[in-house]
Design a protein around this ligand. Structure first.
Ligand code: ZN
Ligand code: ZN
Length: 252
């Protein structure tokens, strides 16, 4: 466990618990809801483990595909205006992320790992931490390798990772914010809550992170008006405890 993880947990709690009290989507949902302790353990331990796996996997891919890199093209990308570069990076990362996430649902072997994240039955900010450490290596590879190959600057990389981390926590939160006419453009809690819906009609929808437009383009957009999911979770049994969740993909 890194000290950063403890600070992250404290800062996250200080920001999101009051936000969820003030703008609750489900007012009766408790702070210490079902599975909260498991998710605290995921927050503290799983992320560091996931970073190690991602570093090894993404690092190996970069070494393997190093020959693709075109230094002139990379320096042209990195020398662009910061704002433009950031928007391009968000778009590139989201296209990779969309397909990585979609594969995690559609390939049964990958779903074994991703089903841990979807076992959440009560959505809140902490639920974002429930991710098996091997779940996201494919999605992360499809997100980070193109950013590296295309040559985005370190500052752009850092800004994108910062945005994606905070955004991921926000879209799981128990908040009722809706983005009105921008709902198809920017990923909202409403959009991602539907991704977690237990309603079969909403299965395999809303794969995008920050840019729901990708789901519109690829036919997986699902956002009913004036309605929120009645229930979250998966139909198959997933253990509630931390160790059980870590071992689940290897048992099923
Ligand atoms: Zn998913
Ligand atoms: Zn989620």
């Amino acid at each position: 466990m890194k000290a950063n993880a403890i600070y992250g947990l404290i800062v996250g709690a200080l920001i999101f618990i009051p936000l969820e009290r003030l703008f609750a989507l489900r007012k009766s949902q408790a702070i210490f809801r079902r599975g909260w302790f498991t998710d605290v353990l995921h927050f503290l331990f799983t992320r560091s483990l996931a970073d190690v796996f991602t570093f090894v996997f993404v690092g190996s891919l970069i070494l393997l595909f190093h020959w693709i890199v075109n230094a002139d093209f990379q320096s042209a990308v990195a020398s662009q205006n910061r704002g433009l570069q950031f928007l391009e990076a968000v778009t590139v990362a989201n296209v990779g992320g969309y397909f990585g996430h979609r594969l995690s649902h559609e390939v049964p072997f990958l779903w074994r790992f991703h089903s841990i994240h979807h076992s959440i039955s009560e959505m809140d900010w902490l639920a974002a931490a429930r991710v098996h450490p091997l779940d996201q290596i494919v999605t992360k590879a499809l997100t980070l390798v193109p950013l590296y190959v295309l040559g985005f600057s370190k500052a752009t990389f850092g800004a994108y990772i910062g945005l994606a981390t905070v955004h991921a926590v926000f879209i799981h939160a128990n908040v009722r914010f809706k983005f009105g006419p921008l709902r198809w453009l920017i990923g909202s809690p409403e959009f991602h809550h539907w991704h977690h819906s237990a309603d079969p009609e909403a299965y395999n929808k809303n794969y995008a992170g920050e840019l729901p437009l990708l789901d519109l383009i690829f036919g997986t957009y699902y956002l009913p008006r004036n309605r929120m999911p009645a229930k979250y979770g998966v139909s198959e049994p997933v253990p509630l405890g931390y160790l059980g969740q870590m071992l689940h993909p290897f048992r099923s």
